[in-house]
Design a protein around this ligand. Structure first.
Ligand code: SF4
Length: 82
Protein backbone atom coordinates (compact mmCIF):
# COMPACT_ATOMS: atom_id res chain seq x y z
CA UNK A 1 0.00 0.00 0.00
CA UNK A 2 1.28 3.43 -0.93
CA UNK A 3 1.92 5.92 1.82
CA UNK A 4 0.37 9.40 1.53
CA UNK A 5 2.40 12.41 0.51
CA UNK A 6 2.38 13.79 4.04
CA UNK A 7 2.57 12.15 7.45
CA UNK A 8 -0.92 11.92 8.93
CA UNK A 9 0.02 13.99 11.96
CA UNK A 10 0.87 16.92 9.65
CA UNK A 11 -2.45 16.97 7.81
CA UNK A 12 -4.72 19.88 8.65
CA UNK A 13 -7.55 18.85 10.91
CA UNK A 14 -10.88 20.58 10.49
CA UNK A 15 -12.01 22.02 13.81
CA UNK A 16 -15.70 22.03 14.69
CA UNK A 17 -17.32 25.40 14.03
CA UNK A 18 -18.09 25.82 17.72
CA UNK A 19 -14.38 25.63 18.54
CA UNK A 20 -13.56 28.20 15.88
CA UNK A 21 -16.23 30.56 17.18
CA UNK A 22 -14.98 30.21 20.75
CA UNK A 23 -11.41 30.82 19.61
CA UNK A 24 -12.64 34.00 17.89
CA UNK A 25 -14.24 35.18 21.15
CA UNK A 26 -10.99 34.54 23.02
CA UNK A 27 -8.92 36.27 20.35
CA UNK A 28 -11.14 39.35 20.29
CA UNK A 29 -12.09 39.70 23.97
CA UNK A 30 -9.45 37.67 25.78
CA UNK A 31 -10.01 34.97 28.37
CA UNK A 32 -11.39 35.30 31.89
CA UNK A 33 -9.17 32.99 33.89
CA UNK A 34 -10.91 30.46 36.10
CA UNK A 35 -14.39 31.10 34.71
CA UNK A 36 -16.57 29.01 32.42
CA UNK A 37 -19.35 30.04 30.08
CA UNK A 38 -21.92 28.07 32.07
CA UNK A 39 -21.63 30.64 34.88
CA UNK A 40 -21.94 33.68 32.60
CA UNK A 41 -25.12 35.75 32.35
CA UNK A 42 -24.81 35.71 28.54
CA UNK A 43 -25.02 31.91 28.46
CA UNK A 44 -28.62 31.05 27.59
CA UNK A 45 -29.95 27.52 28.08
CA UNK A 46 -33.00 26.09 26.36
CA UNK A 47 -34.94 22.95 27.06
CA UNK A 48 -37.64 21.37 24.92
CA UNK A 49 -37.44 17.76 23.80
CA UNK A 50 -33.70 18.22 24.04
CA UNK A 51 -31.33 20.72 25.64
CA UNK A 52 -29.04 23.24 24.04
CA UNK A 53 -27.42 26.54 24.85
CA UNK A 54 -26.22 29.67 23.08
CA UNK A 55 -23.96 32.59 23.86
CA UNK A 56 -26.01 35.78 23.61
CA UNK A 57 -22.89 37.76 22.68
CA UNK A 58 -22.30 35.87 19.45
CA UNK A 59 -24.38 35.51 16.32
CA UNK A 60 -26.88 32.75 16.93
CA UNK A 61 -29.02 30.75 14.54
CA UNK A 62 -31.28 27.72 14.84
CA UNK A 63 -28.31 25.60 13.74
CA UNK A 64 -26.37 23.43 16.13
CA UNK A 65 -23.27 25.10 14.70
CA UNK A 66 -23.96 28.06 17.00
CA UNK A 67 -24.62 25.95 20.11
CA UNK A 68 -22.40 26.77 23.06
CA UNK A 69 -20.89 24.54 25.73
CA UNK A 70 -21.18 25.33 29.43
CA UNK A 71 -17.65 24.06 30.08
CA UNK A 72 -16.06 26.47 27.57
CA UNK A 73 -13.37 28.70 29.04
CA UNK A 74 -15.01 32.09 29.50
CA UNK A 75 -14.09 35.00 27.28
CA UNK A 76 -13.37 38.56 28.41
CA UNK A 77 -17.06 39.47 28.22
CA UNK A 78 -17.80 37.13 31.11
CA UNK A 79 -20.26 38.51 33.65
CA UNK A 80 -21.15 36.33 36.58
CA UNK A 81 -24.79 35.41 36.93
CA UNK A 82 -26.56 37.03 39.85
S1 SF4 B 1 -18.06 34.07 28.77
FE1 SF4 B 1 -18.06 35.01 26.74
S2 SF4 B 1 -18.31 33.32 25.32
FE2 SF4 B 1 -18.92 32.56 27.33
S3 SF4 B 1 -21.14 32.86 27.43
FE3 SF4 B 1 -20.18 34.67 28.35
S4 SF4 B 1 -20.00 36.14 26.65
FE4 SF4 B 1 -20.36 34.11 25.74
Amino acid sequence: MQDGLFPEDELPVARPRQDVRLADMHRIYGVTQGAICGNCRHFVSYRQSTRWAKCAKTRTTASRATDWKARNAACGLFEAED
